[in-house]
Design a protein around this ligand. Structure first.
Ligand SMILES: *[C@@H]1O[C@H](CO)[C@@H](O)[C@H](O)[C@H]1NC(C)=O
Ligand SMILES: *[C@@H]1O[C@H](CO)[C@@H](O)[C@H](O)[C@H]1NC(C)=O
Ligand SMILES: *[C@@H]1O[C@H](CO)[C@@H](O)[C@H](O)[C@H]1NC(C)=O
Length: 270
């Protein structure tokens, strides 16, 4: 039963992508495949620039191999992607307890980032489950303005943190739309004392705190206050930086988010 389902879904999906690609003039629309079951390897697709939304699903209770059996996921839509500088922000639903991220649903299909010392319970999505993290292990990439386009702000440095596939796909958009200079993502381990970015450096979380933009020149004094409501007000020089505004806007608009379930296509083919 399931191989047919999966195969027909993949076939149809390939067709849809070709049609869609014709309209937006993109040959390979950046996508991230999220395995939602470890019994039948069912999966959902996250699309860059996608609108998200649709029904909320539950990780099957018949899936003992899944670390988050019974956890709700999906349903988050594009306009809910932006959060604040507080870890645990950017959730369209499921923010049961503002000071803790463990036990929360995954509204965009991906898991929140994790910080050292099980900060706000984020250890549940920590290194022990890194190999099955949707979109791949947590990575970081340096974002510097390309001097040919941003002569006035050429000394600014930002960092993006997120699952490796989301990071790679949005990097294309940062380079194309924001004239960021090209750089390779690297693995990110927040436990290292010399980690490039600390919890305090995060300017804004996105996509249910599964992605962040940060700057080493920024220190959020409330970053370790789990009950902090956070702020979107940043220091003047960052707030007024064209490069920052572009990175923030591209992230909010282009970061891959989970598509609505494709059920009607699967049913039609069966
Ligand atoms: C939220 O979680 C914290 C930490 O576990 C706990 O101390 C607090 O009582 C919880 N708040 C609510 C409203 O449940
Ligand atoms: C941190 O230190 C380790 C060990 O000294 C080194 O291998 C690693 O490259 C350093 N990382 C950064 C980001 O500087
Ligand atoms: C933590 O944040 C809450 C809510 O914003 C605030 O009321 C409280 O004073 C903060 N605590 C500290 C120690 O900063």
């Amino acid at each position: 039963m399931f191989p047919i389902n999966l195969l027909s879904f993949l076939t149809l999906y390939a067709l849809l992508v070709r049609v869609d690609a014709g309209r937006v003039h993109v040959d390979n629309k950046p996508q991230v495949r999220v395995t939602t079951s470890f019994t039948n390897f069912d999966a959902r697709i996250m699309d860059q620039w996608g609108g998200g939304g649709g029904a909320i699903f539950i990780v099957s209770f018949d899936d003992p191999l899944h670390p988050f059996m019974g956890r709700p996921y999906g349903g988050g839509s594009r306009h809910d992607v932006r959060g604040t500088n507080a870890f645990g922000s950017g959730y369209p639903y499921g923010k049961m307890n503002a000071s803790i991220v463990s036990g929360r649903p995954f509204p965009f299909g991906v898991w929140p980032l994790w910080w050292a010392d099980d900060f706000m319970g984020s250890g549940e999505v920590g290194p022990h489950v890194d190999v099955i993290r949707p979109g791949g292990h947590v990575s970081i990439v340096e974002l510097k303005p390309d001097k040919r386009h941003w002569s006035e702000s050429s000394d600014e440095t930002f960092f993006a943190i997120g699952d490796s596939q989301s990071l790679l796909s949005i990097l294309v958009s940062y380079v194309t739309w924001c004239h960021a200079s090209r750089a390779w993502p690297m693995r990110f381990d927040p436990r290292l004392s010399n980690a490039t970015v600390k919890l305090e450096n995060v300017l804004r979380y996105y996509r249910a705190s599964s992605f962040a933009l940060a700057s080493p020149s920024y220190t959020n004094p409330s970053a370790r206050n789990a009950t902090s409501r956070g702020t979107t007000l940043l220091p003047g020089p960052i707030q007024s930086s064209g490069f920052w505004q572009c990175l923030d806007s591209v992230t909010a608009n282009a970061l891959p988010i989970m598509n609505p379930p494709p059920e009607k296509y699967v049913y039609r083919l069966n």
